[in-house]
Ligand binder design. Structure first.
Ligand code: ATR
Length: 297
């Protein structure tokens, strides 16, 4: 490393589990960039000092992850409308005058992954059929807003805790004010799934170490897209069930890979490509022959 080395990183607590260093490290090597992307373990009480120090240390910016995505907002000098709306930041760019500009690329990541995996999907094609979002955490907020901004007019939010689903619905623009439901409204002959154009699991259910998501897909339309944001395992029970009955599936890794593109572009000056080699590097496995790759951007 030299004084020309471009620096970025990811701020979280703890940070050891983050896949972002591996992700950006793969791109840095691939594009031969003199740069470094570091895991930065920052305890909650040190967040203001850590953020304030980024420009002084010569950082081009950073990603922000749990538990700082919301608490970092007061320390930004400017932010996108998306950050204001979601109340959460995941990408910070140091501006030429040494300020901190915040963006949230999670919704972009989901949409880019969806478009890359199911190229003929379009908001217009969903028509009157709802996009059904399971869960009402930060990822659900980002995805609901991104779908509405892309022109999806019917959105249904399904969550165990109704108030959280209502809070997500309230974020979305008027034209596509989402409906709010409990899990009992999802399956069955007249359930949400029987009309859904796309179903997206944003809950932790189905993740390694969590309970499974028990969701019978018997009445799901044959052409409905089924997406999961869980990527460990890559093929969750939900996705296996959907793929087994012929529905198009979108694995969770694509959102992680695509949300990283705008940050890398801003910090290192190259628009990086999301491909199978990147996915393999992030998942720490060998790239598979193209014919065997199961979606995921
Ligand atoms: P993130 O911000 O990463 O999207 P989160 O805020 O932790 O994640 O949200 C987790 C989601 O998983 C929530 O929708 C949560 O439901 P509640 O709002 O009712 O808590 C959902 N979830 C977690 N465990 C669940 C369970 N056992 N059954 C149903 N939903 C569950």
């Amino acid at each position: 490393m030299s004084d020309l080395t471009r620096l970025a990183g990811v701020i979280g607590w703890p940070i050891g589990h983050s896949k972002s260093p591996r992700l950006h490290g793969h791109w840095l090597a691939r594009y031969g960039i003199e740069g470094a992307y570091l895991p930065l373990a920052v305890a909650p009480d040190r967040l203001p000092a850590a953020l304030a120090g980024l420009p002084a240390l010569g950082f081009k910016g950073c990603n922000v992850t749990v538990p700082h995505k919301e608490t970092a907002l007061p320390f930004l000098d400017s932010m996108t409308e998306t950050v204001k709306r979601l109340g959460a930041v995941n990408t910070i760019v140091v501006t030429p005058d040494g300020g901190l500009h915040g963006d949230n690329t999670d919704g972009h990541g989901f949409m880019a992954s969806l478009r890359a995996t199911v190229p003929d999907w379009s908001p217009e094609a969903t028509g009157d059929r709802p996009a059904v979002i399971l869960g009402a955490g930060g990822a659900a907020r980002a995805i609901a807003v991104a779908l509405a901004d892309a022109g999806v007019t019917r959105i249904a939010i399904v969550n165990r805790t109704r108030e959280k689903a209502e809070a997500v619905a309230a974020l979305v623009a008027d034209g596509s004010a989402p409906s709010v439901h409990g899990f009992e409204s999802v399956s069955g002959p007249d359930g949400l799934l029987s009309r859904a154009a796309i179903v997206i699991n944003t809950t932790v259910l189905g993740m390694d170490g969590q309970p499974p998501l028990q969701l019978p897909l018997d009445h799901l339309a044959a052409d409905a897209v089924v997406a999961d944001i869980v990527y460990a395992p890559l093929m969750t029970d939900l996705l296996s069930q959907a793929a087994g009955r012929g529905n198009p599936v979108v694995t969770g890794i694509g959102m992680l890979l695509h949300q990283a593109v705008p940050g890398f572009q801003a910090w290192f000056g190259v628009t990086p490509v999301v491909d199978d080699a990147l996915e393999a590097a992030v998942l720490d496995r060998k790239a598979q022959p193209a014919a065997k790759v199961e979606g995921g951007g």
